[in-house]
Design a binder for this molecule. Structure first.
Ligand code: NAP
Length: 282
């Protein structure tokens, strides 16, 4: 699996697996664990989760999936904004680690910005890093102004990644956020790369231009949407899939090489931004 380097020098795989909506219902647990294990077997060893997902249920699913395989995995979890102060973050991280059955996270992200001062959150991240509980820390749903603010604070130079809503239908970040991250050699983790909500996902995957490009590559529209993200420098994609056919397809999207004509057609069908817009988020 191709990797990118975080500013710390640690490597992060460019294609991973999301876990939102996993762990909600025990009936599906085995299927979810199997999907994550299949993804790992295929090289998608970055697993993204959060204390929020199913109130810790997704972390428990991940914990089962990585049992006995921790060393293979690049493990990402996220802290709730209301737990992002000095004391609460320490406890939240311990709870996440317990559910994950691990003694460290590769990357710990602030899920979105809340009311705890950023300076305090960065301090809390730094102390977790010093204690060896996390290898890197970063943010999620941060717009360019948030990034500017964070990077000016003590510890801000260690922010390793920004996870944001980015896919063919949500290209606003290309205006000034992606360029800023690129300039600072900071990987962007594209979440909802396939537009998770059913109606929006249908709108994306049924786009006739996307379908035509997929046909030319003997691929699915979802694979083209992922290949479009993965071809970009500094971009990581974390699709979530429980269906094993989806898991296999997602891994195979890495092998698709889009041509200049494909890219031009995608720009026609899904226009890049012409002005600054507020960052979309789920
Ligand atoms: P997504 O990965 O774009 O879409 C997930 C949906 O797409 C599922 O219904 C899945 O079905 C389906 N799917 C997966 N692969 C497919 C394929 N090859 N063809 C057709 N359908 C496919 O959306 P997401 O779950 O919102 O985002 C991915 C991950 O990003 C999350 O799971 C989470 O870890 C993270 N995330 C982070 C934030 C944040 O605020 N930081 C917000 C949202 C998400 P099956 O499951 O049935 O296979």
């Amino acid at each position: 699996m191709k990797t990118l380097l975080l500013p710390s020098g640690n490597a992060i795989p460019i294609l991973g697996q999301g876990t939102w909506y996993m762990g909600e219902d025990p009936v599906h647990k085995k299927r979810e664990i199997d999907a994550l294990r299949l993804g790992m077997d295929l090289g998608m060893t970055l697993i993204d989760t959060a204390e929020m997902y199913a109130d810790g249920g997704a972390e428990e699913v991940v914990g089962k999936a990585i049992q006995g395989r921790r060393a293979e995995v690049f493990l990402v979890s996220k802290v709730y904004p209301h737990n992002a102060d000095r004391r609460a973050m320490l406890l939240a991280c311990e709870r996440s680690l317990r559910r994950l059955g691990s003694d460290y996270l590769d990357l710990y992200l602030l899920h979105w910005r809340g009311s705890v001062p950023l300076a305090e959150t960065l301090e809390a991240f730094e102390s977790l890093k010093k204690a060896g509980k996390i290898r890197d820390f970063g943010v999620s749903n941060f717009d360019r102004n948030d990034m500017l603010e964070a990077s000016a604070l003590p510890g801000g130079d260690q922010v390793a990644a920004n996870q944001l809503l980015y896919n063919l239908m949500r290209r606003g970040a290309e205006w000034d956020l992606l360029p800023w991250c690129r300039e600072h050699a900071m990987p962007v983790m594209a979440y909802s790369p396939l537009e998770s909500a059913a109606n929006e996902q249908r709108r994306l995957l049924n786009n006739p231009h996307l379908k035509e490009i997929a046909r030319r590559h003997d691929a699915s529209p979802a694979q083209i949407a992922l290949a479009w993200l993965l071809r970009q420098e500094h971009v990581i994609a974390i699709p979530k899939a429980v269906d094993p056919a989806h898991v296999r397809e997602n891994r195979a999207s890495l092998d698709i090489l889009l041509t200049a004509q494909d890219l031009a057609e995608l720009d026609q069908a899904f226009a890049p931004p012409l002005r600054s817009t507020p960052l979309d988020m789920r």
